[in-house]
Design a protein around this ligand. Sequence first.
Ligand code: GLN
Length: 350
Amino acid sequence: MTSWSPPELTPEVRARVNRRISELYERHRHADAEVASYYVSGQGYISGDAAGGAADTFGVALTSMDGETFGAGDDNVAFPLQSLSKVFVYGLALDDHGREAVHRHVGVEPSGDAFHTISFDERRHIPHNPMVNAGALATTDLVMGADGEERLARIVDLLRRCAANPTLEPDQEIFDLEVASADRNRATAYLMRSEGMIGDDVEGTLALYLRQCSVKVTARDLAVMAATFANGCRNPVSGEQVLPRSIARDLLTVMYTCGMYDFAGEWAYDVGVPAKSGVSGGIMACIPGKMGTGLFSPGLDPYGNSVRGVNVCHEVSERLGLHVFATDDEDAMIGPSAGDADPADIPRTG
Ligand code: GLN
């Protein structure tokens, strides 16, 4: 573990962080050769040609523990959360029912399968974890509320408080398209009901799941949300404790082991920070006690993770020594960059 602590955000440090982010953005803009597909609600996975200009969208943002957000590129372009929503709903279920009760309904074991695979932990007769679709259907089913409307309102409220953005809301068009193409999720949900893994209101749970997937955020929102988890569930922008601090540990752990689909093991090995992705091309990465990162670029790798997003995280983790098991002698957030006149003036705390 490092003894790194965040440097004070002086004007010089701010300028340097801005320069770093712009450099990162420029370096990773051209990754199209690695892209396998793009996900478009209602159409599924499509080629780069079909995606058109949207394929170039690329936003990078980070939020410090002081609540300051830095960004580059299309950091203000909104996109649906998709699977990123799973982390928040898991948090809400934990808050509503406590760990033990939730873990009677969903495990914490990486599945090693694609996120929409219809498979379960056969020994415990529950979904493998809350980051795959079956697990998210289970946690969604657990969210408390008098009816679907209230349950949705509670989820949206949590998302807003995590982002310190009261305008977040589900996108009706995305939701309609998702509902119209939800065969596999519907099949998963009905199977789960027949096995007693969720309650009777299958269509209600499915709709609630797809609504949370359709909430739109920007890379900047996502950076604040990631920073909230990195800060023990206290939003560094608003100062609000959005969920009990103890829940951050559970969320970060499950993101670390299961957040990047069936690429989670390699991610933990190489990048080494808790993160979650969504098929819309968003990735949030949480560096506990240091910062939150929000990335958006819709070109996906074969696992369904954003190609540019993964590449940026790789580089940031490597250069800044952010892997949770990195050693002290690695660089920190404000280390030397090509544009720095004198790397000797860099604040070090290691
Ligand atoms: N709505 C999508 C689904 O359930 C979200 C999946 C994802 O982002 N991996 O299939």
